[in-house]
Ligand binder design. Structure first.
Ligand SMILES: Cc1cc2nc3c(=O)[nH]c(=O)nc-3n(C[C@H](O)[C@H](O)[C@H](O)COP(=O)(O)O)c2cc1C
Length: 181
């Protein structure tokens, strides 16, 4: 039976994405799970970052970031970028990843080796308490084209993506719908 418990905001799956921020000359990566879609027209995402993060100041200064979607094979990068700070670490170099521009953003780094990246321009910043919420417009998606797909959707590699829940990483698998009863 359910009972009333204190507020708890970690009880459901969240993504674990790598946010590219800073400049091409001094790029940084931060792992974030407090991230999600908040509007479809215009396409907008929300990203919550603590003020104490080095990345917070980079995002605020440049008003832009890239979102890089990792796969299970990228778990080492997810953990590293979520554990060490760009104040003292060159995370791109340490992980052997390549920082390339994320058009139309000219000076915002994205990860060349990842399948899917979003170019985001910050439109609003909301000071919430422990975290600041950046609301950003998705200006472009960088992905592998699905040939002849009418809507120009990128290949998602969905069954290779990961989710974060209860302090652990989980792999995704499709749950088939039962059509006939
Ligand atoms: C799975 C995971 C999710 C995280 N999500 C967030 C988040 O949504 N917001 C945040 O501010 N920090 C988050 N962190 C913590 C930062 O990634 C971590 O403090 C990082 O080292 C900050 O790097 P920076 O100092 O280079 O910005 C997360 C860490 C992990 C491992």
């Amino acid at each position: 039976m359910k009972t009333v418990l204190p507020p708890f905001v970690h009880g459901f799956p969240a993504p674990a994405v790598l946010i590219g921020c800073g400049s091409l000359e001094k790029p940084n990566l931060i792992t974030c799970s407090w991230f999600g879609t908040v509007c479809s027209e215009p396409p907008m995402v929300g990203l919550a970052v603590r003020e104490s993060r080095y990345s917070y100041h980079l995002i605020q200064q440049h008003r832009a970031f890239s979102v890089n979607i990792p796969c299970v094979s990228d778990l080492k990068a997810v953990v590293h970028c979520g554990t060490v700070s760009g104040r003292r670490h060159d995370k791109f170099r340490e992980l052997g990843l390549t920082a390339v521009p994320c058009p139309p953003l000219k000076d915002t780094p994205m990860i060349a080796e990842f399948h899917l990246s979003l170019a985001c321009r910050v439109r609003h910043e909301l000071e919430l308490g422990s975290h600041h919420l950046f609301v950003a417009e998705v200006l472009a998606v960088h992905g592998e084209e699905i040939p002849a797909h009418a809507a120009n959707r990128p290949h998602l590699h969905a069954d290779e993506q990961i989710t974060y829940l209860d302090g652990k990483y989980w792999a995704l698998h499709e749950v088939a719908l039962a059509h006939d009863r």
